[in-house]
Design a protein around this ligand. Structure first.
Ligand code: FAD
Length: 474
């Protein structure tokens, strides 16, 4: 590497003096993740304004073998978005590249820069009477390039798939600074390897995403939302099966809460209220969406829930009677991360198992936690419609000290147990958040040598110097 000042001055020449941040007050928000647990440092935060500037910055870093840590909205749930502790490298923030470039209703496509905030991409689509369906609780902060790089999932993946299913094309700056223009809006393109697929979910380790072309869908005008209490996870799975058979693609979301999760969401986040007064071990938040036939949709949902209450597969239910009531139900779901953060030292997992085995997963994981970590309180919320379970063990203040364990070591032991159980049931240890720094050990533990070899070969081919997001994924 050349001398630090020479390098920083060269960066300033590319992006402008004020877009290279070095003072701690300016850089701090970029160096710590949103939970405040993973922290790193870098030589600077660099904020380019165009693909050409990203390209020049990365070429400079390649020349001097300086690591590049790309960042979008910094909402990563696995320590993926912050630099490492050692302080080498630059943090490359896409924040200034936040423009919506075009909305094309006739092609059902939208094109945006990587730093565009998800909620703004959705609003631009809506203004053209179209839907961009990715829905995450973090959508007011996360950026579309980060969504691509993590292959984000969220609550509507049941109906529309994950980000991988929603990307039409990408523009990517490669590790040597060259620009790959794959920003196509085609539905069919069988001209060789699917390069865009390789970058989706690669967490900034293979290239820097600079522009994104996405699929749009008809904008639903009506929704029917319900909150249903069930006594068992198996009962929730039965209800899900019925909803899928009855409503097919109109079923937009099917989210399962443990009773304990609902309790702390109402206790820690102001304004939340229990939609059902009686206590139950599990609750489902479900939503149907349609463009036409609002009345019919609500009465069909009411009828299905009525049958479930009658035959005992549902224990109680509340149907939203207005937009405001539906929003209040969704607020419960969107408050989960905040409630967990406030409750104590939390270790959240992002596993997936086949839907029919979610009940086994819960039973085995709860038993393992009770025997090995009796101080832990257990909470869960699941995107049940696609088998994705966020299983969380929380240690209240004092519990970690009392157990005599170091927090990092404790987290590693809890995680290993949870991941072993999910993988043992034919599932995965990472469904939608990615690997980041936090789950690298699990990647090594559960992936076969053959798959790891393929990963390393891809990394070597695209980033031979290993400058793109080192310490993440591999
Ligand atoms: P960042 O956090 O900044 O980065 C994430 C990763 O992508 C990092 O490895 C980073 O280096 C890389 N990266 C970012 N931008 C680029 C780029 N332009 N080019 C190359 N690499 C890049 N996730 C879900 O999937 N489903 C959920 O339901 C969900 N709910 C959440 C709720 C809350 C409250 C929070 C805080 C997070 C949630 N997440 C969820 C996780 C997170 O929001 C997603 O992973 C999101 O896609 C990250 O986007 P970001 O812009 O914040 O990326």
């Amino acid at each position: 590497m050349t001398d630090g000042n020479g390098f920083l001055n060269a960066l300033r020449d590319i992006v402008g003096e004020t877009h290279v941040l070095t003072t701690p007050a300016d850089t701090e928000p970029y160096y710590v993740d949103w939970v405040g647990r993973t922290r790193g440092t870098a030589l600077c935060v660099c904020l380019p304004a165009s693909t050409q500037e990203v390209s020049a910055v990365v070429a400079l870093c390649a020349r001097d073998a300086v690591p590049v840590f790309p960042q979008g909205g910094n909402t990563s749930s696995c320590g993926g978005s912050v630099p490492l502790e050692e302080g080498r490298g630059i943090l490359l923030s896409l924040r200034r590249m936040n423009r919506i470039l075009s909305v094309e209703p006739e092609n059902d496509a939208i094109v945006a820069e990587a730093g565009a905030i998800l909620v703004e991409v959705k609003a631009a689509a809506e203004a053209a009477d179209r839907l961009f369906p990715l829905s995450l609780s973090s959508e007011g902060s996360c950026a579309i390039g980060g969504n691509v790089s993590t292959n984000a999932g969220g609550t509507a993946a049941l109906r529309y798939g994950t980000m991988r299913d929603l990307v039409l094309g990408l523009e990517v700056v490669l590790a040597d600074g060259r620009i790959w223009d794959g920003l196509r809006i085609l539905r069919k393109d069988n001209t060789g390897y699917d390069m865009k697929a390789m970058f989706v979910g690669s967490e900034g380790t293979l290239g820097i995403v600079t522009r994104v072309a996405l699929k749009l869908f008809p904008l639903p005008r009506h929704r029917a939302t319900a909150f249903v209490a069930v006594d068992t996870v198996a009962g929730a799975a039965t209800l899900l099966g019925r909803c899928k058979a009855e409503f097919g693609p109109l079923l937009d979301a099917f989210e399962l809460f443990s009773g304990s999760q609902l309790d702390i969401v109402c206790r820690h986040v102001e304004g939340n209220r229990r939609p059902i007064d009686s206590d139950h071990p599990w609750y489902v938040l479900m939503e149907l969406q349609t463009r036409d036939g609002a009345k019919e949709l609500s009465s069909r949902l009411e009828a299905l829930i009525g049958e479930a209450l009658e035959d005992g597969s549902a224990a109680d239910a509340a149907l939203a009677q207005s937009h405001a009531q539906a929003e209040a139900l969704w607020r419960l779901r969107h408050s989960v991360s905040e409630a967990n953060r406030r409750h104590g030292l939390n270790f959240t997992h992002d596993v997936a198992v086949p839907i029919g085995r979610i009940a086994d997963f819960m039973q085995e994981a709860d038993a393992a936690m009770a025997s090995d970590f009796p101080e832990a309180e257990i909470f869960s919320v699941s995107h049940m419609g696609d088998g994705n379970v966020h299983y969380t063990a929380i240690f209240r203040p004092g519990a970690v000290k009392a157990s005599g364990a170091d927090a990092r070591d404790l987290g590693a032991r809890v995680t290993r147990k949870v991941h072993d159980i999910a993988v043992g049931l034919g599932g995965t240890f990472g469904a939608e958040h990615g690997i980041g720094q936090r789950y690298r050990a699990s990647l090594q533990r559960y992936k076969s040598e053959v798959e790891l070899d393929l990963f390393r070969a891809m990394k070597r081919a695209l980033d031979p110097q290993g400058i793109l997001n080192p310490g993440k994924v591999l």
